[in-house]
Design a protein around this ligand. Structure first.
Ligand SMILES: [Zn+2]
Length: 267
């Protein structure tokens, strides 16, 4: 009984984290009887092999189901922040969103030569309505998070880098006169975590204002021609850059903070 519960928990966790990981676990369970060895380490090794094979196959077949992988290992203008997202199959978008993200990244690279645009969490490869936790709305291939552009203490642009290893959770500080729409909200039943204990671990970089300004301008203007309908960002960032546009919106006080990344979504 305990074994069934343990395997059930593993399948559930892997499915929530990677979508195909739960199936890979079940397949590894079915295949292990054909191995001449036994033991937990042997099973784990078998699972890793099955999962890696399933991930490679997914990369090839997901386009047949309307999802394209964003590039994991490339020096092109658009790349996924860390191969960790690719290993967990969290880098899939519709062909339209891939085209929009590439057009955006190409524009940034031509406006600021050498600039790499970093993609963070996207969507899973299969099935609409399957959310990529903790992003409840990333469930149809039409949502993508992009990293902010940063500069360090010396004012140097940090190309291809983010303040935190995953690109999330390093929140930008508000200025004294910044809009603070959630200041008097109760912190109850909310995904709006400040993670204050984590902040000292990250370098104290600021956003790179020229690239950020151009990014928001493109996303909310030319981006519309590529189907971009909404850009979610904490209001203090467009406010300090002097940008205001219907497309750039506040995600609300119950959703996660959006001053560590930019969320874009298609119509
Ligand atoms: Zn998002």
């Amino acid at each position: 009984m305990l074994r069934i519960l343990r395997h059930g928990f593993a399948v559930l966790l892997l499915t929530l984290l990677t979508q195909i990981g739960g199936l890979a676990w079940l397949l590894a369970l079915a295949l292990r009887r054909f191995l001449p060895w036994s033991g937990r380490l042997v099973f784990l090794a078998l699972f890793v092999c099955v999962y890696a094979a399933a991930t490679l196959v997914t990369h090839q077949v997901a386009p047949l189901f309307g999802r394209m992988p964003l590039p994991c290992f490339t020096s092109a203008s658009l790349t996924v922040r860390t191969s960790f997202y690719c290993a967990l199959n969290r880098n899939y978008v519709t062909p339209e969103l891939k085209e929009a993200a590439e057009a955006f990244a190409d524009h940034m690279a031509s406006s600021f030569p050498g600039t790499t645009t970093l993609a963070l969490d996207a969507n899973f490869p299969f099935v609409s309505g399957f959310p990529l936790l903790p992003h409840l709305s990333h469930d149809d291939g039409r949502k993508l998070d992009l990293a902010l552009y940063y500069r360090d203490d010396g004012g140097n642009f940090r190309n291809g880098e983010t303040r935190s290893p995953l690109g999330y959770f390093a929140f930008q500080q508000l200025l004294a006169n910044s809009p603070q729409p959630c200041a008097d909200r109760r912190r109850f039943l909310t995904l709006r975590w400040d993670l204050a204990w984590l902040q000292p671990l990250f370098p104290d970089w600021d956003i790179e204002p020229e690239r950020m300004k151009e990014a928001l301008r493109w996303l909310s203007n030319e981006g519309r021609n590529h189907g971009i309908e909404k850009v979610f960002l904490e209001p203090h960032i467009p406010a300090r850059l002097g940008i205001s546009n219907d497309t750039i919106r506040f995600q609300g006080c119950r959703a996660a903070r959006h001053d560590d990344h930019i969320h874009i979504q298609l119509r």
